[in-house]
Design a binder for this molecule. Structure first.
Ligand code: 2P0
Length: 320
């Protein structure tokens, strides 16, 4: 019996922002993420007699998002030499209020649901590779806590592994929704364009060093180091976008205001750091004792901002 599979969203603290192979979604750099408890996708696959279907939150999808799912299913079917039309039922528990992208949890859950449907016995390492083929960041959503996606050199060697699934670190991520507009440039498009920046190669050359420093910060349970490294890495990624040829940015005026607010809070002794993905919204890293102060400060500056307090989430699981 096919099962419903749940995968949680992850946020990269060391970012994946460039592909070495578009088809296989092999990254140019290794990355490291925190899986979140608050945001997840549940997916189940059932047989179909009328071609492929994709239902998201009970609404049948057409157009690009459905096409991406069908292309991915075809790729997996070819890989495992199986056939047949499928109906995919997904529920996204990623509140639009959080402004978080959901492709990491979506493709991890879909890879898991596919394996459950065809009763394929795969390891988590293999599942991570399969999820990667749908969306790079999905490779990391197989695991809870902190996950590392080692870039690898081919389909078999580019997968994520669990660095620490039950971290002891006091770490919260406040997802601050400043802007609900859909982004104009996809991640796939943005990371391609970014490679034209003169800063891209030097950043790539620093990847190993940044990964090692972040892994050390996690092993030493050093929140300050983790926050500093995450903020620097995110700033580097966005500086690369600005200096691409032609340059672009995902920032909106409120993004800059949020960055300044984080700096002000720190100057006042409220330790917090930001990380920003391929969109205008900001995620703030802090410890439990500062969650209230950070939240209140953001609410007072951004009257309409929605804020979700997340911490470590679990790895992929079957629900029924
Ligand atoms: C990350 N992001 O490491 C980076 C940081 C956004 C900024 O992975 O093209 O949806 O499907 O492999 O995984 C978002 O990109 O990209 C992403 P594709 P994906 O989380």
């Amino acid at each position: 019996m096919a099962k419903t599979v749940r995968a949680h969203t992850n946020i990269a603290l060391i970012k994946y922002w460039g592909k070495a192979d578009d088809q296989l979604r092999l990254p140019l750099m290794s990355s490291l993420s925190m899986t979140l408890d608050q945001f997840y996708t549940d997916t189940k696959i059932k047989p179909s007699t009328t071609g492929n279907h994709f239902f998201l939150n009970n609404v049948e999808q057409t157009g690009q998002s459905a096409q991406r799912v069908f292309t991915y299913l075809k790729k997996l079917q070819q890989h495992f030499n199986v056939t047949g039309p499928l109906s995919v039922y997904s529920t996204n528990h990623v509140p639009t209020a959080a402004g978080l992208a959901s492709s990491s949890s979506a493709f991890a859950a879909l890879a898991g649901a596919f394996c459950s449907y065809y009763q394929l016995d795969v390891t988590r390492k293999e599942l991570s590779c399969l999820a990667r083929l749908g969306s790079g960041s999905a490779s990391r959503s197989i695991y809870g806590g902190f996950a590392v996606w080692q870039k690898g050199t081919d389909n078999a060697s580019s997968y994520a592994y669990a660095l620490d699934e039950k971290p002891q670190m006091d770490l919260h991520l406040l997802a601050i929704e400043l802007n609900q507009q859909p982004k104009k440039l996809s991640s796939t498009g943005g990371m391609k364009q970014a490679q034209s920046s003169p800063l891209f190669k030097p950043w790539l050359a620093r990847n190993e060093q940044e990964m090692a420093a972040m892994i050390a910060a996690i092993k030493e349970n050093d929140f300050t180091k983790l926050g500093q490294l995450a903020e620097l890495n995110a700033s580097e990624m966005h500086a690369i976008n600005l200096t691409a040829q032609p340059g672009f940015t995902y920032f909106e005026p409120d993004t800059i205001r949020a960055i300044k607010l984080v700096a002000q809070l720190r100057a006042c002794g409220v330790e917090c750091y930001y990380t920003i993905d391929a969109g205008p919204n900001v995620k703030v890293l802090c410890q439990l004792r500062n969650v209230k102060d950070v939240t209140n400060s953001f609410v007072s500056v951004f009257k309409n901002a929605k804020i979700v307090n997340a911490s470590f989430g679990p790895g992929i699981s079957c629900l029924d």
